[in-house]
Design a protein around this ligand. Structure first.
Ligand SMILES: C[S@@+](CC[C@H](N)C(=O)[O-])C[C@H]1O[C@@H](n2cnc3c(N)ncnc32)[C@H](O)[C@@H]1O
Length: 445
């Protein structure tokens, strides 16, 4: 028999993707001081509106069929919504989190975040609606904490404080400053962000114009400072899903991505034989800090690249002075076709075993995640490599579950073998229907 919470979670439908307001916080928002700049001089108009993102009919709460507590759904704001709506559903003990992700992965991103919260405590049955292809998701949880490093689909993790709908075109600054004024403390950075979508691209012209205006106002008020090291203060985020709404939140520099929009861009090296090279370049940047990059990727090291052709990943290793055994039935191309640092073997990557252990295994073969995971487990169990970066190609459906199973399989295998390791996975900016994983042996757990 289903309990009340389950029944509620299946029948209620929200029409707004943002949570409601609490009257105390709303009053606080109204009590704000006036901004010092004149609205007319500070207004930066956005380009003409583009089509609104489509909302998904399926509620996130349908996914939360276990371990739920019931919470009354917060009503969407009515009438003039220029005033900020504080976040936290209708209960101040709730927290809304704004997560950026690759467009098309909103459901996976929210499902994963709610799953992480649920592993700590029961989660709320009611969750904000997901907007498909929007490039972001909002989740509402209790006092659980989310860990950015352990989220695979989230490009950024932001604690959401206010949502402003219906921003006036002629003066966006006044309501935004009013909302910011209700937040305590000083900020180390101000990031104006848009979704990673075509609509988002058109909005970025507006954010570029708006940034200096808001920044000047916040510096004058002493809310934004360079006096304290950046990582010691929260960052202030203004996310514009469209030209008339703003989501205002903060991120903890120790629990978030250090790049604007959570995107680590790479420029395409002219010499590299494939664009795939950008994935490995980004993985190295994201998973290894500068000292690890120097220590773990050194001239004289060795690597095996499974599924190497045409050679973009191999190129990244060779560029760092690392000798590569490139395994692929397909041809290596361009500068990787005949390079003294590369030995190309036309073999099946799943049957290949190295003559000698290598420092690195890199693997970009297009195969089921469970099959690649098993292969990686075998390599570490056999002691054939110390570090690995590999791609897991995701199926169209049940991506979070397929990923959990694959990574869980590796963990079980390494634990069984008594191997100490560190494993981190992320859907990188250059990843498409896939995620990239870094796995390394460690001395102690
Ligand atoms: C996405 S491409 C790799 C691109 C490569 N990382 C680069 O940067 O140029 C996948 C490659 O995996 C290879 N592949 C797939 N299954 C394989 C197998 N069982 N053994 C060896 N190579 C395989 C394909 O031939 C293909 O070249």
């Amino acid at each position: 028999m289903r309990n009340d919470a389950q029944q509620r979670s299946e029948t209620k439908t929200k029409t707004k993707p943002t949570p409601g307001r609490s009257s105390t916080q709303a009053n606080a928002a109204r009590r704000t001081t006036k901004p010092r700049l004149k609205p007319d001089s500070i207004n930066a108009a956005a380009p003409d509106d583009t089509a609104k993102p489509r909302r998904v009919g399926t509620k996130m709460s349908r996914l939360l069929d276990l371990n739920v507590v019931s919470v009354k759904a917060s009503a969407p704001a009515k009438g003039n919504t220029t005033k900020p709506r504080p976040s936290g559903a209708n209960n101040s003990s709730h927290t809304d989190w704004l997560l950026y992700c690759r467009p098309g992965f909103e459901q996976d991103c929210a499902q994963e975040a709610v799953g992480q919260a649920r592993a700590q405590r029961p989660v709320l049955a009611e969750q904000p609606e997901i907007t498909t292809d929007s490039g972001y998701a909002i989740v509402t949880i209790n006092e659980q904490t989310l860990s950015y490093n352990e989220l695979i689909f989230a490009r950024q993790l932001i604690r959401l404080h206010h949502t402003i709908d219906d921003l006036p075109e002629r003066d966006r600054l006044t309501p935004i400053l009013a909302a910011i004024n209700t937040l305590p403390g000083t900020f180390g950075a101000l990031w104006l962000e848009v979704p990673d979508t075509n609509d988002g691209k058109t909005l970025s012209a507006f954010t570029r114009r708006f940034q200096p205006l808001l920044e000047t106002a916040l510096r004058e008020q002493g809310r934004l400072t360079d006096d304290i090291p950046n990582e010691k203060l929260p960052r202030l985020h203004l996310f514009f899903p469209d030209k008339s709404s703003a989501l205002i939140g903060t991120s903890d520099p120790y629990n978030s991505a250090a790049s604007i929009m959570g995107i680590v861009r790479q420029s395409m090296p002219a010499e590299a034989p494939s664009r795939s090279t950008l994935k490995l370049a980004e993985a190295i940047e994201v998973f290894l800090d500068k000292s690890e990059q120097t220590r773990l990727l050194r001239t004289g090291m060795t690597a095996v690249d499974l599924g190497a052709a045409p050679g973009g990943w191999t190129w990244q290793m060779v560029k760092r002075g690392i000798r590569v055994t490139a395994v692929d039935n397909g041809p290596m191309k361009g500068v990787m076709a005949k390079n003294p640092m590369v030995e190309h073997l036309m073999q099946d990557g799943f049957k290949f075993s190295p003559r000698k252990a290598v420092d690195w295994l890199i693997c970009d073969m297009v195969e089921k995640p469970s099959k690649v995971a098993e292969l990686i487990g075998n390599w570490f169990a056999a002691g054939w490599c110390k570090h690995a970066i590999f791609n897991l190609k995701l199926p169209m459906k049940q991506r979070v579950n397929a990923l959990d199973a694959a990574l869980g399989g590796i963990r079980t295998r390494l634990n069984m073998e008594g191997i100490n390791y560190k494993m981190t996975a992320k859907q990188l900016y250059h990843d498409r229907e896939e995620v990239t994983v870094f796995l390394t042996r460690t001395k102690s757990r």
